[in-house]
Design a protein around this ligand. Structure first.
Ligand SMILES: Cc1cc2nc3c(=O)[nH]c(=O)nc-3n(C[C@H](O)[C@H](O)[C@H](O)COP(=O)(O)OP(=O)(O)OC[C@H]3O[C@@H](n4cnc5c(N)ncnc54)[C@H](O)[C@@H]3O)c2cc1C
Length: 476
């Protein structure tokens, strides 16, 4: 996440708002339209730390027809409207920057079907990701995308951000599992795109376009997902290294050898220092760790695969390979990874976390370059995350607001280094509000303009989720 300077946008006039409130109560019900202070406060922020932008009204539609009616009402009156799910986003996508109407999809939270025969599930957008995972696993099916926020984020938010998680290394991200959508366009028109079959290539890939559109091209009101059979066994190991550089090289060596674990999560020296002793004591001299996890149906094969992975890591200089023998040991290893983000605050009171991604072969280079940058600027940098797929959470740790200018220099340099290595400024959290001013580092003006035109085609009035993703066009 990035800290853009808080900006002031024009607000909707009180008269127009009153007309909007009255019209929305007509198409919904009084209990579905709220503007009390505590509701507005709740919907003013997400997890991006990128500002506080309260809406003027929050509406809670309960079906597709109501979502459509809300959109039509806002369009007719010229009031901006912004969709939201659980507001766990880390790029400010759900922030109603211009105020207006926050459209919460939280009440549309039913799992409509799970089909073991077709290997599909159909869900409403407000379903919590973890609830879907549990429901399909009860039928021996598997929905692999696992953003670390799975216990509280929604499927609609996952679709909008094309969310990914540790298992993306082997199984891919949300886009790889969404095959069909019921979609309400900014005009209020309802369309069905995609399919219910596993294969299908008819027409343009509108599902591919809408997934990852960050709530700027319409909203998902029904999501059709493909599933896979649940692997019967999972085995996990913690591999200890003396330095992050050795660990990064070992990750590359494992993948090069032809092993595709379902996760390869890296913890660097700074992050390791922060988590050491919190439920797990690292051996003396440990300077980095990797959590490697493999899955499949044959348990013996998985132990053999982990042993092979361990040998490769040892050849690269690993000090120790600890294989979890049962579920409680496995849980203990994952607890180490889960606590990293909070534990970092024990080193410095503030942190900015960027979700950069680089081509896998550049992981050692980017880690070294970020450490060097941190030393030059006097700001510790902690790197951890999904190193197996090149997506790293690079955290700049700092003391307080007096270091803000320095932190902004560090963010810019970090993103420049990432792009210079063929990487991207965001591997999973999206651009939204937080990274809007950095997108031009990665994408040419012609590409930005093409996307602005797409947005203009779907939303000519620009009332849906305004001022997001794309920086203002350059004046010639
Ligand atoms: C502790 C923590 C860990 C996280 N870990 C990960 C991770 O591992 N991987 C990852 O990818 N992300 C992660 N995130 C970020 C976040 O959880 C994801 O981006 C998630 O997909 C957001 O879902 P949400 O329901 O909270 O959406 P919100 O934050 O409410 O909204 C996000 C965007 O989706 C749009 N939107 C919401 N609902 C719909 C809809 N039905 N149709 C269209 N657009 C819609 C909004 O307008 C907004 O632009 C993490 C966040 C936290 C706080």
């Amino acid at each position: 996440m990035t800290l853009p300077a808080e900006r002031t946008f024009p607000r909707v006039s009180p008269g127009l708002l009153e007309r909007a409130r009255a019209a929305l109560v007509e198409v919904l019900s009084p209990g579905q339209v709220r503007h009390d202070a505590s509701t507005l406060e709740n919907y003013a922020e997400d997890e991006s730390d990128s500002g506080v932008y309260p809406p003027d009204l929050v509406v809670f539609p309960e079906n597709t027809g109501q979502v459509s009616a809300v959109f039509r009402t806002c369009q007719a009156l010229g009031v901006p409207f912004t969709p939201c799910g659980a507001r766990s986003g880390k790029s400010g996508g759900s922030l109603p920057l211009l105020g207006g109407v926050a459209v919460s999809l939280e009440r549309m939270n039913r799992i409509l079907s799970v089909s073991a025969e077709d290997l599909t599930a159909v869900v409403q957008p407000g379903v919590i990701t973890g609830d879907l995972m549990k429901a399909v696993e009860a039928q021996c099916l598997f929905y692999p995308p696992d953003p670390n926020s799975w216990e509280f984020c929604t499927m609609g938010g996952n679709v909008a951000e094309n969310a990914g998680g540790p298992r993306a290394l082997k199984y891919g991200v949300t886009r790889d599992y969404v095959i069909g959508l019921e979609w309400v366009l900014p005009s209020g028109e309802v369309v069905r795109v995609g399919r219910r079959t596993i294969k299908g290539v008819a027409g343009y890939d509108l599902v591919g376009l809408f997934v990852g559109s960050e709530g700027t091209l319409g909203v998902a009101t029904e999501i059709t997902l493909q599933l896979i059979p649940k692997p019967r066994h999972v085995k996990t190991a913690l591999v200890i290294f003396d330095s992050v550089h050795t660990a990064a090289h070992a990750i590359t060596a494992v993948l090069k050898a032809g092993i595709l674990p379902r996760t390869l999560e890296l913890i660097d020296d700074v992050a390791l220092q922060a988590v050491d002793g919190r439920g797990f004591n690292f051996p003396a001299g440990a300077g980095s760790a990797v959590i490697a996890e493999v899955d499949g149906n044959m348990e013996e094969g998985l132990f053999a695969e982990l042993a092979w992975l361990g040998e490769i890591c040892e050849q690269q200089g690993a000090r120790e390979v600890l294989v979890a023998q049962d579920e409680s040991q496995r849980e203990k290893l994952w607890a180490v990874r889960r606590v990293v983000s909070t534990a970092l605050r024990s080193l410095r009171p503030h942190k900015i976390s960027e979700d950069i991604a680089v081509p896998r072969s550049r992981i050692p280079d980017i880690i070294l370059a970020l450490k060097k940058m941190g030393e030059e600027l006097g700001l510790p940098v902690a790197t951890y995350g999904h190193a197996g797929d090149g997506n790293l959470h690079a955290n700049i740790l700092y003391e307080g607001p007096h270091q803000r200018a320095l932190v902004e220099t560090a963010i810019r340099r970090m993103l420049e280094l990432t792009v210079s290595m063929g990487g991207t400024i965001t591997g999973e959290h999206g651009v939204g509000h937080a990274k809007r001013e950095y997108l031009a580092m990665e994408q040419a003006e012609t590409v930005l303009e093409l996307q602005r035109r797409l947005k203009g085609f779907f939303d000519p009035s620009g009332m849906l989720n305004p001022e997001k993703i794309f920086p203002a066009p350059k004046r010639s």
